[in-house]
Design a protein around this ligand. Structure first.
Ligand SMILES: [Zn+2]
Ligand SMILES: [Zn+2]
Length: 385
């Protein structure tokens, strides 16, 4: 039986273009959620859970009491990027556009809903989760913390991301770490301001700020053998006092992005960075306050689930690319893989595709049916496992 017929595909492409035209930022996916709910009603899910984790939406399809529950997740938020494309489905919202293909991911999940209607599973339960706020790293954790999530209890979790730079429609997969853990570190240093003519009457954080920048950047080199895998610390912002020539500054602000391939290395990198900061603060009699934002755990793929997805792709003659190195970017799907057996995989968007988050990027519609087929076949195999 055909998974998607021509009219299904036309409906899906129209949905994708509507989503692209009407992008909404993280945490504001109001119309997106409504549109998807409207579309999914036609596939008659056993249960629809709107408002999960904010503007998220879950559609539950029951096939049999027996068998596992598989959660399939798509993200749905857009980015604060001005689209430069001029095609007819270009973003209608100034400064906001779907530049990560989450419009496509939501379309694929909607296509999977149709495929499950045409070709139901012999057992188990499938939860299609349209997750909000992926780009800020908040959505997955919010969904998991939502009271409504308690009844979902997934046995397996799977998701995909389209990947420019890989041949169109290929499966990109890896067992173990797939996407890096990352976190934004915010460091506030507090001293005492004074007249610029009398710096001795205050305590400027200038020297500590300078030393911190150097020591944090040297930290990875010095402690290299303590880490298991790739680690990266990038200073992204620094600010000292105000632009006031009469004032010796009393505060400083420093921000850095920390990245690792494993969650243990992230724990260690945070600890070592904090030690550097506390030691310097003590030396200079300054107060340091450290906080974190946009926290993404590493996405770690389960071996058995990876094997199932790979064999599903093989059975559909989808070329499989096994990568050796995890990706340096992060995905908040890591919140799911750290709790449940699961995997995140990539579908190639084509070697010629502009990169994710580039202002001229657009999701390639050609990969929708392949992605639906891989998901559907993987579900069949997961349910039977
Ligand atoms: Zn993105
Ligand atoms: Zn994305």
């Amino acid at each position: 039986m055909e998974m998607l017929n021509n009219s299904d595909i036309q409906d899906l492409l129209a949905l994708r273009k509507w989503l692209h035209k009407n992008p909404e930022l993280s945490g504001k996916e109001i119309q997106t959620s409504q549109k998807l709910e409207e579309f999914l009603r036609k596939t008659q899910p056993d249960k629809l859970i709107p408002g999960i984790g904010g503007y998220g939406l879950a559609a539950v399809y029951m096939f049999d009491d027996k068998g596992p529950t598989v959660l399939v997740r798509a993200d749905m938020d857009a980015l604060p990027i001005q689209e430069v494309n001029t095609f007819t489905h270009k973003s209608q919202v100034d400064g906001v556009a779907h530049k990560c293909g989450h419009d496509g991911h939501s379309t694929i999940l909607s296509g999977l809903a149709i495929a499950l209607k045409h070709s139901p599973l012999p057992a188990g339960r499938v939860v299609l989760l349209f997750q909000p706020e992926e780009e800020t790293g908040k959505g997955a954790a919010k969904v998991i913390a939502d009271e409504a999530f308690k009844m979902i209890k997934p046995d397996f979790v799977i998701a995909l991301h389209n990947l420019p730079g890989f041949s169109q429609g290929s499966l990109v997969i890896k067992e173990g770490p797939f996407a890096a853990a990352s976190v934004g570190m915010i460091v506030r240093i507090k001293g005492v301001s004074s007249h610029a003519a009398h710096p001795e009457q205050g305590n400027s954080p200038a020297t500590m700020l300078a030393k911190t920048i150097i020591e944090l950047q040297e930290l990875l080199e010095k402690k290299k053998n303590k880490f298991n895998d790739f680690t990266l610390l990038t200073i992204i912002h620094a600010k000292l006092g105000e632009v006031a020539f009469g004032t010796n500054p009393g505060n400083a602000l420093l921000m850095a992005t920390l990245r690792t391939f494993t969650n243990d290395d992230m724990k260690l990198l945070k600890k070592l960075s904090e030690m550097v900061l506390r030691t310097l603060a003590e030396e200079h009699s300054l107060i340091v306050d450290i906080s974190y934002t946009e926290e993404f755990p590493a996405t770690v793929n389960n071996k058995d689930v990876v094997e199932i997805i790979t064999s599903a792709a093989n059975s559909k003659d989808v070329p499989v690319i096994q990568i050796d190195e995890p990706f340096r970017w992060s995905e908040d799907f890591g919140h799911f893989t750290s709790k449940y057996a699961g995997a995140l995989f990539g579908i190639g968007s084509g070697e010629e595709s502009p990169g994710l988050h580039n202002h001229d990027y657009d999701f390639p519609d050609e990969i929708v049916t392949t992605a639906v087929e891989i998901f559907h076949e993987s579900l069949k195999r997961l349910i039977a496992s």
